[in-house]
Ligand binder design. Sequence first.
Ligand SMILES: [Zn+2]
Length: 236
Amino acid sequence: MSHRFLASTWARALAIVALSCAPLFAVCGLAKAEGPPGPTHLVSTPGKIVPIPASVPHEEGDMVDSRIVPDLVWIAKRYPIYVTDGYSGPLPNGEHVGCNRCHVKGSDHYNGLAVDLVPVGGGTKCDASWAPITRLAHWAEPVQNKPRAPFRWVGYEGDAGHGCGNHLHLSWNHAAAPQFQLAEWVEVFPVGPLAPPETSGEKPRKKRPAPPKPPPGPAGGISTVRTGGLAPRYQD
Ligand SMILES: [Zn+2]
C-alpha cells in the first residue's frame, strides 16, 4: 500500500466522518436549545402597563406591558429569575416607574416590553447561581444577535454592560412605538395547555403568516440611533 494511497484513504475517511457528523451536530444543537413552546403569535389587543405579578420575583414597583406577563410567568416557572427593571417611564397619573434615565435612547424598556434579569439571590459575581440565567440567555438567543422569536433583542455575553454577573436583557418583538407609549402589537409565545413546553414551534410555524417586520434599529430600541459614550450605569 503506497503512502499516497494511505493518505487519500484517510482523507476520504475523514471527509465521510465530517459529512456524517454535520447533520448529527445540527440535530444535537436543536435538541439542546429547546425553542419557545409552540408557534409565536402577535397580540394586537391593547395592552396596559401593569405590576409584575408575585409569581415572577421582581424589584418592588416594577411593571411591564400586560401582554408579556404570561410569557414572563412561564419563564419564571422554569428559571430562577429576578426582574430588576421592566417598564421605565411615567404612568398616566404622572408617577414614575422603573429606573430613571438608565436605559439607552429608544430602549424597549420605555414601551414596557423589556425586562432586565438576574438570578434570585445572585450577586454581581459570575458564579454558579448565574448558570440558569446563562441557560435562559442561550435559549432565547442560541446564536449571537439572532434571538429566537418572539425575542427582539437579547443582551448577555458579548453585549457591553450585560452578561453573567451583570444582567440579562430580554425584549419582545413589537410594532414601532414612540417612547412611553404602548405598541400596537407584541409578539409572544403561547403558554396555554394546548401548547405544552414539549411542543416544538417549528412545524406549525409554517402555516403562520410572517409577522410584520419591526423596523431596523439599535440593540434595545427600535426608533432611534444609539450614540456612543454611554455612562456605565446605562443599560438596555
Ligand atoms: Zn434592559
